[in-house]
Design a protein around this ligand. Structure first.
Ligand code: AMP
Ligand code: MG
Length: 479
């Protein structure tokens, strides 16, 4: 059985300005951690062939596979508000694209596959911890119904990667509808390369927004998808951690899982990332940061929007201002479902806000509190039960006006409030175990998260919030 991947590459046709040709750097001793069987099949790749020595060698960057055209993509980016004109794939290598079973073009990329012309001071590598975190969290986002890049496989390299100390090296095979970012547009715009911005715009419209008519329409499409995406993040208590423009994917998928985390206790100002000292990317700031990032995209597209600069700025500004109402609508849609409402009333925003305020005051667990709604045991989640009772009275009155049956409301809540998320202390725990060679906790969390809305009695321990001594207060970018 030989591994074949039905590559059909389009990005390389854009020409040399867009990337550097770069093969992965071979590693000493590749070994397989896991293959995502259902994803492989959807991509037209035989999972068993990925498990053969040749398959594992391909996943580690040690062997070539027919049809691959390995490249490192060029992009720029605002990192914590500061513009860096050249970032690019410093440790990721795009092997090529395939058309999946649903007819969607997907990138297959090796992350941690060695140095590239964009590596700057970096070693081009990743270690096992962040590779497993991205694997688990990105796949969980997918089963939670949130647009995201996926994880096709993880391999160990047999080499040490030095961060604060030496760790086992690993490579993640990442799948995305594309790896084009806001920063990709910025890369060409800042160089004054209008032709490349136009080519990229055409490519992105063909690939991701086939109904868009020109740059302004594309901008509006990206804004719509980002508004929806951030609302979905908010609905599961997800904090991305590094919402830089190079980590803002143009098709609206969650990308670049670094120091990301799901909240346990609800507080709107929660930050996990150790490098986010100002709290720029705190939970509640995510919609505002998305606007900021989209304004950078708008700026890059200005020359394509209108020859008259003033008119271009006016149209682009108007489009970016639409994010607020679009996000508000998407957010209301997400949270209405979480509290069992099928139709809309004017006071719903205040009702949802009232619940969140009480949760914040009482250190309520975000996931478990929403999951408990309708169970009759909601009161247990609040340190101020009288406050809950008061809110619940308004909620029950609103549910009664909703026009749906109690069964419908409960079913809606059950499919809108996951029982399971990849809690940070569990992710840390599985990383610790994996570094010791024990992959059982990784396999188990992955398996359980394949159905996060189901009642899984044997996974109750994974629903429990962290004990004070288990709590992970910071996540690190030493990826
Ligand atoms: P990130 O914070 O992962 O979004 O990465 C920001 C930039 O740093 C991207 O251009 C990455 O390719 C690059 N980068 C991150 N880690 C490494 C590494 N170990 N070696 C080379 N480049 C890296
Ligand atoms: Mg990045």
């Amino acid at each position: 059985m030989t591994l074949t991947i039905p590559f059909d590459n389009s990005y390389t046709q854009l020409g040399d300005r867009f990337f550097a040709r770069q093969s992965p750097t071979p590693v000493t001793e590749p070994s397989l951690v896991t293959v995502n069987e259902s994803l492989a099949e959807a991509l037209g790749i035989d999972p068993d062939a990925l498990r053969t020595p040749h398959g594992v060698a391909v996943l580690a960057g040690n062997a070539r596979v027919d049809g691959a055209e390995p490249i490192a993509q060029a992009y720029a980016g605002h990192q914590f508000g500061n513009f860096v004109p050249q970032l690019g794939d410093g440790r990721a290598i795009l092997l090529g694209e395939v058309i999946d079973a649903g007819g969607v073009r997907r990138d297959i990329q090796l992350k941690g596959a060695g140095r590239t012309p964009f590596s700057r001071a970096g070693d081009g590598r990743a270690w096992l911890g962040p590779v497993l975190r991205e694997y688990v969290v990105s796949e969980a986002m997918h089963t939670l119904g949130i647009p995201t890049t996926r994880a096709l496989a993880a391999v160990k390299t047999g080499e040490a990667v030095v961060r604060e100390k030496p760790y086992p090296g690993a490579v993640l095979t990442r799948v995305a509808s594309s790896h084009i970012r806001v920063g990709t547009f910025q890369f060409f715009a800042v160089r004054g390369d209008a032709e490349a911005v136009q080519m990229l715009t055409d490519h992105v419209i063909r690939r991701h927004y086939p109904d868009a008519d020109g740059a302004l329409d594309l901008l509006k499409g990206v804004i719509r998808r980002q508004a929806r995406l951030i609302a979905q993040w908010m609905g599961v208590g997800f904090i991305h951690g590094v919402m830089n423009t190079d980590n803002c994917q143009i098709a609206g998928e969650t990308i670049d899982y670094g120091p990301c985390a799901f909240m346990d206790r609800y507080h709107p100002a929660t930050v996990f990332s150790s490098i986010d000292r100002q709290g720029r990317y705190a939970y509640q700031n995510q919609p505002d940061i998305a606007v900021w990032n989209l304004a950078q995209l708008a700026t890059s597209l200005l020359p394509l929007i209108d020859e008259n600069e003033e008119a271009a700025v006016e149209a682009a500004t108007e489009a970016v201002h639409e994010f607020g109402p679009l996000f508000r609508d998407a957010w209301l849609g997400v949270f209405r479902a979480k509290i069992g409402l099928t139709n809309a009333e004017d006071g719903d925003g205040a009702l949802i806000g009232g619940l969140l305020d009480r949760m914040a005051e009482g250190d309520a667990d975000f996931t478990n509190t929403f999951r408990a709604l309708g169970s009759g045991r909601e009161r247990d989640h609040f340190t101020d039960p009288a406050g809950w009772d008061q809110w619940a009275a308004g909620w029950h009155a609103r549910l009664a006006r909703d026009g749906s049956s109690e069964d419908e409301q409960k079913a809606l809540m059950a499919r809108s409030n996951p029982a399971l998320i990849p809690r940070n202390h569990r992710v840390e725990e599985l990383i610790q175990a994996a570094v010791q060679g024990d992959f059982a906790p990784f396999e188990r969390l992955n398996r359980v998260l394949s159905d996060p809305f189901a009642v899984q009695p044997d996974a109750e321990d994974l629903q429990r919030p962290p004990q004070p001594d288990e709590e992970v207060l910071q996540t690190f970018c030493g990826t």
